[in-house]
Design a protein around this ligand. Structure first.
Ligand SMILES: N[C@H](CCC[C@H](N)C(=O)O)C(=O)O
Length: 321
């Protein structure tokens, strides 16, 4: 069976996007694992499925590189938003996700002429049971030290709605990722705290409206960026008075995004704004359960994005000097 895929990324978090006519009989788990193999065309962090929806303009499903399915993907949703808006020739749309229909919108470029979209990040819960995470005598975890995780780093647990553990750290934990690697690998293996795993992010405060976030993603490992994690990190940074502005620039190893965090009547509203870049168009042949790449046409957009990435890298150098 011949399949057409688009390789896309949001802030360097790279995916294959496949528009399926319906919940195909294709084995998406097997497809994702093969497509994300780093030895083939540089791999990817996951597979985005764009499907018809009865309640929205389209439906998005997210399969991680290890074949696990996630309830949400912020960087991926921006890429799906662009795909759907350009197909329907609109600037705004509604995308059905596992737990909510989310508003998406074409925005003015975040950097030079970069195609930019905003996506709603919702629902949000601080209940440990929503991740799930199990901690003795706790129903929530707010900016607290858990000795089993770290004696130094205060962590917050939040679902948006995929699960996140957010630590506010000083520079040494950004320069050396071994602590984060060890903790995240433990919490994403057989353990008593997070039976379904968890995305683990370390956040370095920069200014009253800038943070740096590095994420070890559940089902993937370290990625250039994790959209839901960056938005959750912006939320925690506001709640803990680490930043004071409602529009936060979040730098990451793959570039930068902006996160809008507003509160009304005790309800938080989150939006993630950033690029939706097309890397290339791929034709594959799906023979039995084996994927063969037939053809690939690279897009010119990556050149444009590289300039954005250099801007972010220079900022990171200035921060961690
Ligand atoms: N690995 C995540 C899903 C992808 C999220 C990330 N790529 C984003 O941009 O939010 C999880 O299993 O919850």
């Amino acid at each position: 069976m011949k399949v057409q895929l688009v390789k896309v990324h949001g802030s360097g978090n790279t995916f294959y996007l496949y528009e399926a006519l319906y919940d195909d009989k294709l084995d998406f788990v097997n497809m994702a694992k093969q497509l994300c193999d780093p030895s083939i065309n540089g791999g990817a962090d996951g597979l985005l499925l764009v499907l018809p929806s009865d309640i929205a303009d389209a439906k998005m499903r997210v399969i991680n590189a290890d074949g696990s399915e996630a309830s949400m993907c912020g960087n991926g949703l921006r890429c799906v938003a662009r795909h759907v808006c350009e197909k329907l020739e609109v600037d705004e749309a509604l995308i059905e996700t596992m737990h909510a229909c989310l508003a998406v919108k074409k925005e003015a470029p975040i950097f030079e002429q970069l195609p930019t979209y905003s996506v709603e990040i919702s629902p949000i819960s601080f209940e440990l049971s929503s991740l799930p995470m199990f901690l003795e005598d706790k129903l929530e975890l707010h900016h607290e030290r858990i000795p089993a995780f770290s004696e130094e780093i205060p962590f917050t647990a939040v679902s948006v709605p995929n699960p996140h553990l957010i630590g506010i750290v000083d520079k040494k934990y950004i320069e050396n990722t071994s602590h984060q690697q060890q903790l995240a690998a433990f919490l994403n293996s057989d353990n008593d705290y997070c039976p379904d795993g968890v995305n683990v992010s370390y956040v370095l405060p920069i200014s009253n409206n800038e943070i740096f976030v590095r994420t070890y993603e559940r089902g993937v490992g370290f990625t250039n960026a994790c959209g839901t994690a960056m938005t959750a990190s912006a939320l925690i940074s506001i709640m803990e008075n680490i930043v004071s502005d409602n529009l936060i620039t979040v730098y990451n190893p793959g570039g930068f995004v902006q996160c809008s965090v507003t509160q009304y009547n005790d309800k938080w509203t989150l939006a993630l704004i950033g690029n939706a870049t097309i890397v290339g168009y791929y034709d594959i042949e799906y023979i039995g359960n084996k994927i063969e790449f037939i053809n690939c046409v690279m897009s010119e957009e990556q050149v444009q994005y590289d300039k954005c990435n250099i801007f972010a890298e220079n900022k990171l150098i200035s921060i961690t000097k």
